[in-house]
Ligand binder design. Structure first.
Ligand code: NAD
Length: 256
């Protein structure tokens, strides 16, 4: 208990799925949590759930693609909790479509959430954290940000590869070698984790679940808590030596 006691975290896309699991665990370990999402009902429910078990959380309606929305979220976080220590850029969308059938509009829509959202979140987190002496920024990539797959997810993979390398460069920019902000930046690269996003993918193709399970040497698909524990470590001071890494949590998928 208390591994992130007194720290304040913004988690985007925390109304459900991986983000909700992260919010629950960080709150349980003592953080003030800002649940930021376009989904109002799920977001409010997630904040209430944390408060009813004794944690500190607020919900803010937030669209990661809008810079005005980012300014409002950081402002409200600072007025509510005084500072920002942990930024988890988790919100993301998937697209399963062959490249030959993908429209430019679909490509740009995905990039606006998965890449513009991470850029804006990192930018506004740096602005807030450098004033209060540092922090930890964690950007959610994917195993498909590291390797190619045969799942018709090229646009998604391009966005996640971008998140991974953006995070490495941001890490150096914020380090002693760069502007000396005392801000660590890492990406987390999950394998397949059971959330609504994956349920949608499985609905798309009946044989898909078997195929996904067989991609993981451990023999099972992960749960949101498996990623939340990685976030907790990277958010806490235990990981003070860890910056610029791509933290893989994939049941051995990319080792094979
Ligand atoms: P999910 O679809 O269950 O949840 C995504 C959340 O992001 C939702 O609450 C949604 O409302 C929110 N969101 C979407 N667009 C938004 C926007 N413009 N502004 C604010 N919030 C927005 O997905 P998930 O499985 O929990 O995925 C979370 C992250 O993890 C994503 O970045 C995803 O790409 C990544 N990821 C997931 C898996 C997996 O297997 N589930 C694997 C690797 C990476």
């Amino acid at each position: 208990m208390g591994r992130v006691e007194g720290k304040t975290a913004i988690i985007t896309g925390a109304a459900r799925g991986l983000g909700r699991g992260m919010a629950q665990l960080l709150a349980k370990e003592g953080a003030n949590v800002v649940i930021a999402d376009i989904l109002e009902d799920g977001g409010r429910e997630a904040a209430e759930e944390i408060k009813s078990s004794g944690g500190k959380a607020i919900f803010i309606k937030h669209d990661v693609t809008s810079e005005d929305s980012w300014e409002a979220v950081v402002k409200k976080t600072l007025s509510e909790f005084g500072k920002l220590d942990i930024m988890v850029n988790n919100a993301g969308v998937q697209l399963i479509k062959e490249i030959a059938e993908t429209s430019l509009e679909e490509w740009r829509k995905l990039m606006s959430v998965n890449l513009d959202g991470v850029f804006l979140g990192t930018k506004h987190a740096i602005r807030a954290m450098r004033k209060s002496g540092g922090g930890s920024i964690i950007n959610i990539s994917s195993v498909v940000g590291i390797i190619g797959t045969a799942d018709d997810t090229a646009a998604y993979a391009a966005s996640k590869g971008g998140v991974r390398l953006f995070s490495k460069t941001a890490a150096i920019e914020c380090s002693k070698w760069g502007h000396d902000y005392n801000i660590r930046v890492n990406s987390v690269n999950p394998g397949v984790i059971k959330t609504d996003m994956v349920a949608d993918m499985m609905a798309h193709d009946a044989a898909f679940k078997k195929k996904l399970e067989s991609a993981h040497p451990v023999g099972f698909l992960g749960e949101p808590i498996d990623i939340a524990y990685a976030i907790l470590y990277l958010a806490s001071d235990e990981s003070r030596l860890v910056t610029g890494t791509d933290f893989v949590v994939d049941g051995g998928w990319t080792a094979s």
